[in-house]
Design a protein around this ligand. Structure first.
Ligand SMILES: [Zn+2]
Length: 377
């Protein structure tokens, strides 16, 4: 039997639907205590977090991840019960196998192996684990980071176990993420009868040229790691439903996914200047969903690339595509951050599963990263 698969099965059988932890972190804590870790549980409202650390010195290598999983969806559509880990043809089925309990199991076993072989390793090893990554991410990683920052405890390198791989485990490392910025715009006009347009002001007519201009701007050209910044309108609403009424307002929602070539402040300023130049009367509320971050080539990226090459003989691609992750809360502290985890083909879907061999490979990769960064010999 494989230790890492046994651990994964134990974690899967705990129904930790966000923000529940269902005892996963206690299980992880017990395992890490045996390897010499000090455990700090940080509970904020409905969210359970764990900060575990072995060693007092820097540099600090931190495994980051989450024990919560997304809801199962309709149970009758699952071929196997989602919280009963089931092996089928080399795959393990269950909610959270890929996102991201497989990574958690691999982190635990890699750490135990490394500590046994390198008891006098450099620096410190840490685990930052939350139960609200899939939820509103208010009381999770961001609060733990606030706590660490307040006492000036720094992470040098963070490895987030999100399922980064596309076809084969290790084919993609995410070394950054785009920023996300949303706008909620109300363009004001004056409602009236379509037959008396001189008595009305049509917000659709006023806004259309401004929206056209916004949708055609090249905000930047991107760079080696980021595609160009994109502006997308997601919702437009205006009108009363009647065909003879000029609407009084138009509601527009839009989102930027932006590169490190611009900042949220620059985007906000440009949007306002365009709306103003078109003479619009409007309200605009902004939501800052996450800052972009980038970990350029450096010790962490090199250690991860080399570990993958030594394990599978493939050279990973460095990408910043995809949604956001908790890496966005860790990177602003100055830490280098990468995401490396299993294949993401089934995450958040019915019948989530993972190739068991991949979890063994991921364990080897994680152990080699620890060796590359913290081994003394
Ligand atoms: Zn995840």
């Amino acid at each position: 039997m494989s230790e890492v698969i046994d651990i994964l099965k134990d974690l899967i059988s705990r129904p930790s639907v966000t923000p529940e932890d269902a005892g996963c972190q206690e299980f992880m804590a017990d395992y890490l205590k045996a390897s010499g870790f000090d455990i700090e549980s940080m509970v904020f409202d409905d969210t359970t977090n764990m900060w575990a650390r072995k060693g007092k010195e820097g540099p600090v290598f931190c495994f980051a991840g989450h024990t919560d999983v997304v809801p199962t969806g309709p149970l009758d559509k699952w071929h196997t019960p989602p919280f009963e880990p089931t092996e089928i043809n080399g795959y393990l089925h269950g909610r959270g196998t890929a996102d991201m309990k497989g990574s958690l199991a691999a982190m635990l076993v890699a750490t135990r192996r490394f500590v046994e072989k390198h008891p006098d390793h450099k620096g410190s090893i840490a685990f930052l684990i939350t139960s609200d990554e899939e939820g509103p991410f208010i009381n999770g990683t961001t609060r733990v980071i606030d706590t660490l920052e307040a006492r000036n405890e720094k992470i040098t390198w963070a490895l987030v176990g999100e399922p980064s791989s596309t076809h084969k485990v290790g084919d993609v490392i995410k070394n950054g993420r785009r920023g996300s910025l949303s706008g909620d715009l109300i363009v004001k006009g004056v409602q009236g009868h379509v037959a008396y347009p001189h008595l009305a002001t049509n917000p659709v007519h006023l806004a259309a040229p401004a929206l056209t201009e916004l949708s055609q701007i090249q905000w930047d050209k991107g760079n080696d790691y980021f595609p160009p910044t994109s502006f997308q309108i997601s919702n437009i609403n205006a009108g009363t439903g009647a065909t003879n009424v000029v609407p009084g307002e138009m509601h527009v929602q839009f989102n930027f996914r932006y590169s490190t070539e611009v900042t949220a402040e620059i985007l906000v300023e440009r949007v306002h200047s365009i709306l103003d130049a078109h003479g619009l009367d409007y309200d605009l509320d902004w939501t800052y969903n996450g800052l972009p971050f980038l970990t350029d080539k450096g010790l962490l990226v090199e250690a991860a690339v080399k570990a993958i090459e030594d394990t599978t003989h493939i050279t990973p691609e460095l990408l910043t595509t995809g949604g956001t992750s908790d890496g966005r809360f860790i990177a602003p502290t100055g830490a280098q951050v990468v995401e490396l985890g299993p294949v993401n083909a089934t995450i958040h879907k019915l019948n989530e599963c993972i190739k068991m061999e991949d979890i063994e490979l991921l364990t080897d990769m994680y152990e080699k990263i620890l060796i590359n960064l913290l081994a003394n010999d």
